[in-house]
Design a protein around this ligand. Structure first.
Ligand SMILES: Cc1cn([C@H]2C[C@H](O)[C@@H](COP(=O)(O)OP(=O)(O)OP(=O)(O)O)O2)c(=O)[nH]c1=O
Length: 203
């Protein structure tokens, strides 16, 4: 994309994730990256589907005070299978176990996004359902050996080998699974996009 959308305020992406950067760039946004490192531990009292919204908001809030007159966007992704949250695997052994658990069944992916800035403090969670066919042992081993499962919730990337060849069905947005529900981000950002000042997006 050669030109970017013009925004009323500068946009900051509070994320270390290269996937979030890629999605936001592809959608035409111009932004600065300022990762927010927070304690991502989960309170057992939280409802599972609220977790990514709570964590995304925490990430955005960390930067909001020190960045007045700017829009801060943060996100968090979790994978849920058999009523259990799968975060990023600690090592390759755990990555293998996670993929075995996901093999041959459906699971949910929740991505929370939070936008904080002038006149806005909005947090939303988007859900997708992903079906994996039965994965072969060598496919899991080969993918895990490559190392790209380690920085991803549930030990897989929808955009990677195992997602490409192993996912038989996806309900919801591909980008929600990849880490940023861009359709929701765009909707939240709409009041600040100067090109679209006159239009109201229904959603
Ligand atoms: C399920 C899935 C997750 N992921 C990634 C998205 C996120 O980067 C990561 C989940 O971890 P998060 O804690 O949501 O994000 P992060 O630590 O990578 O980045 P930050 O907190 O700084 O924003 O897993 C994929 O890339 N593809 C997928 O299919």
């Amino acid at each position: 994309m050669s030109s970017s959308l013009s925004l009323q305020y500068p946009l900051i992406l509070a994320s270390n994730s290269p996937r979030r950067k890629e999605i936001l760039t592809q959608a035409g946004f111009d932004f600065t990256i300022l990762p927010a490192d927070i304690d991502e531990s989960i309170d057992a009292a939280w409802q599972i589907e609220d977790v990514p919204g709570i964590l995304a908001e925490k990430k955005a809030k960390v930067l909001a005070e020190s960045c007045p007159n700017q829009l801060i966007l943060a996100a968090d992704t979790i994978v849920v299978v058999d009523g259990q949250i799968l975060n990023k695997p600690a090592d390759k052994q755990e990555a293998r176990e996670m993929l075995l658990q996901l093999s041959g069944k459906d699971h949910e992916v929740f991505t929370g996004i939070s936008l904080i800035g002038p006149n806005v403090a909005d947090t939303q969670v988007d859900r997708a359902v992903v079906s994996f066919r039965n994965l072969l042992d060598w496919e899991i081993d080969w993918y895990v050996k490559g190392g790209s499962s380690l920085d991803k919730a549930g030990a897989y990337g929808v955009q990677d080998f195992i997602g490409m060849v192993g996912i038989s069905r996806l309900e919801g947005s591909f980008y929600t699974v990849m880490g940023l529900p861009i359709h929701r981000v765009y909707h939240m950002m709409q009041p600040y996009i100067l090109e679209g000042r006159q239009s109201i997006l229904s959603f």
